[in-house]
Write a protein that binds this ligand. Structure first.
Ligand code: ATP
Length: 246
């Protein structure tokens, strides 16, 4: 982890009519860290990610990704950020490899190096042997791993994963988390991971922010290794706000 900031949010707010989905969020994410955005369903995690990607416009406040405004410079942000949505969709009749080729074409990657990269990615997510099967035959865990590979096709500096372990069995969860850690550490990528499953993701995060009703609750972003060293329980903090939350 370095002290270079890659994502900055200041007073970031999103309203849907009367509902304040994200409420004056101030947050910095540092280059190379794994940051966990933790909170119950409906806390505003997905909305925050959509603003960060320029897929929905803030009602108020600012967000910058490597200095770019996602609303005004969506293509610059798209080049930098790989995104695994919580409901990742693929072309079911196409194989895993063909789906990744399609993403590579959308991102205008030259075909020959793209083909090599796709093969390497499929291997690294453990789908080398299944790459040429149609996606309709893939399990939920395989789809998530293909989703990770898909988010990585363009070699993004920032990887954004929305509920990456949802609906996967425990063995699959361990595999996906190990993979995320490897991608972050070995390739020095910044990872923003959103989840409502504290137990699952706390151990792979450098810092977490606990998000309830559109706000980061006190004590703000927490360094997980520091908490563990102090013998403090993140569970306790989380539950405290959950009980007061939903
Ligand atoms: P989940 O894990 O369930 O996706 P979340 O933390 O990602 O939860 P969001 O999806 O960001 O939460 O939703 C935050 C709030 O904003 C919720 O109350 C949701 O109903 C509302 N919301 C989200 N998108 C819209 C929309 N397009 N129009 C109206 N309300 C919305």
């Amino acid at each position: 982890m370095t002290d270079r900031v890659i994502v900055t949010m200041r007073g970031l707010t999103k309203r849907y009519g009367e509902l304040v989905a994200v409420d004056h969020l101030d947050l910095d994410i540092y280059e190379g860290e794994v940051f966990g955005l933790l909170g119950p369903n409906g806390a505003g995690k997905t909305t925050t990610i959509l603003m960060l990607l320029g897929l929905t416009e803030p009602s108020e406040g600012t967000v910058r990704v490597a200095g770019h405004d996602p609303t005004r410079e969506p293509l610059a942000v798209k080049r930098l950020a790989g995104y695994l949505p919580d409901n990742v969709g693929f072309y079911e009749d196409m194989t895993g490899r063909e789906n990744l080729r399609y993403t590579a074409r959308l991102n205008r990657l030259p075909p020959a190096p793209a083909e090599e990269r796709i093969a390497a990615l499929l291997d690294s997510v453990g789908l080398g042997g299944d790459a040429d099967r149609p996606v309709r035959e893939y399990s939920r865990g395989m789809r998530q791993r293909l989703g990770l590979a898909d988010a990585l096709v363009k070699d993004p500096r920032l990887l954004i994963l929305d509920e990456p372990t949802l609906g996967i069995d425990p063995e699959g969860v361990r595999e996906v988390l190990a993979l995320i850690v490897r991608l972050a550490r070995e390739e020095k990528r910044t990872v923003l991971i959103s989840s409502h499953l504290l137990h699952q993701i706390q151990e792979i995060c450098d810092r977490v922010g606990i998000f309830v009703r559109g706000r980061l609750v006190d004590p703000g972003p927490i360094s997980v290794p520091e908490l563990v060293a102090r013998g403090q329980s993140l569970d306790h903090i989380y539950l405290q706000y959950f009980q007061g939350g939903d």
